[in-house]
Design a protein around this ligand. Structure first.
Ligand code: PMP
Length: 297
């Protein structure tokens, strides 16, 4: 278990890492976050995650007291302090302590913390066998109410969707927007494959522009597959040959049943498996080195 947490300029033991109950991140979900992964000492797509964090911050008028380069270094240092080579990193910036009013202008400054831990979102066997999914009754937040490009701490919509999956005895839930188009999972993007062509919903429907999603699109192109960004419905998911979800925490996980409909032959399909292999290669090969080269050799 990782013990060293970065909190507001220092590294402290996890038991000592505490925030105020007046923090608006806690009171109102007023803050932003990123989930990042390290594979074999390489932080995957670190600059992209940090950029998305600063874009979220700008959008909600939140000042982060570090430059993007400093933040990259703090992420790497958190991994080093915990002596990890593969880990999931959670980087959070809250609005900071204020009072019980909603106004953020009373808050005394952003709180920044970074946690690095081992994490597998699903049991390892499910990455081989595939997961079960339902469609959630809860719809995704409308983009004109809360733009999903802001990766905010306001994740209650996602939590409710996960509760529905659990209540139905499924591993995950697929979420629709208010018009009934498929958007994503509770915390992952979705792809379907039909006749060798991949489709993923466009971000404007309400999906996060996932960094893993972008990686998978590039890898699919490199492998010669056509990828369409197009709206589709539950029906298209049911009749797809293959379905899989992507995300930093979830990585790439096949989906083998949706609302009790068997996808394809009920096992992860060839396109999913090829992309999974390519994903594993690229995550372990590319990325920002956490440890100096001489320390490894
Ligand atoms: N959608 C949602 C709602 C998410 O929370 C996440 C995880 N950050 C994703 C998609 C996947 O995004 P990424 O690949 O950048 O982790």
């Amino acid at each position: 278990m990782a013990s060293q947490i970065f909190l507001n300029g220092e590294f402290i033991h996890r038991d000592e890492a505490k925030l105020s109950v007046f923090d608006h991140g806690l009171l109102y979900g007023d803050g932003i976050f990123e989930g990042i992964r390290v594979y074999d000492g390489n932080v995957f797509k670190l600059a992209e995650h940090i950029r998305r964090l600063y874009d979220s911050a700008k959008s909600i008028l939140l000042d982060i007291p570090y430059s993007q380069a400093e933040m990259c270094e703090l992420v790497c240092e958190t991994v080093r302090r915990n002596d990890l080579s593969s880990a999931y990193i959670r980087l959070v910036v809250t609005r900071g302590p204020g009072d019980l009013g909603i106004s953020p202008y009373i808050c005394h400054g952003a709180q920044v913390f970074i946690i690095a831990e081992q994490l597998s979102m699903f049991a390892p066997s499910l990455y081989e066998e595939g997961i079960t999914a339902i469609t959630a009754a809860t719809r995704r937040n409308r983009t004109d109410a809360l733009n999903p490009k802001i990766k905010s701490l306001n994740y209650l919509n996602n939590v409710l969707i996960k509760i529905e999956a659990q209540a139905a005895g499924a591993n995950e839930a697929i979420v629709l927007n208010t018009e009934g188009y498929v958007v994503e999972g509770s915390g992952e993007n979705i792809f379907i494959v039909r006749d060798g062509v991949l489709s993923t919903p466009p971000a404007y429907l309400g999906a996060l522009e996932g960094i893993t999603r972008g990686t998978i699109v590039s890898l699919a192109h490199e492998l010669g597959y056509q990828v369409k960004e197009e709206p589709f419905t539950r029906h298209d998911v049911y009749v797809a040959d293959e379905v899989f979800l992507t995300g930093t925490a979830a990585e790439l996980v096949p989906v083998v049943t949706v609302d009790k409909r068997t996808i394809g032959d009920g096992r992860p399909g060839p396109v999913t498996r090829k992309l999974h292999q390519a994903f594993q290669l690229t995550t372990r090969r590319d990325g920002m080195k956490v440890y100096p080269q001489e320390a490894i050799s």
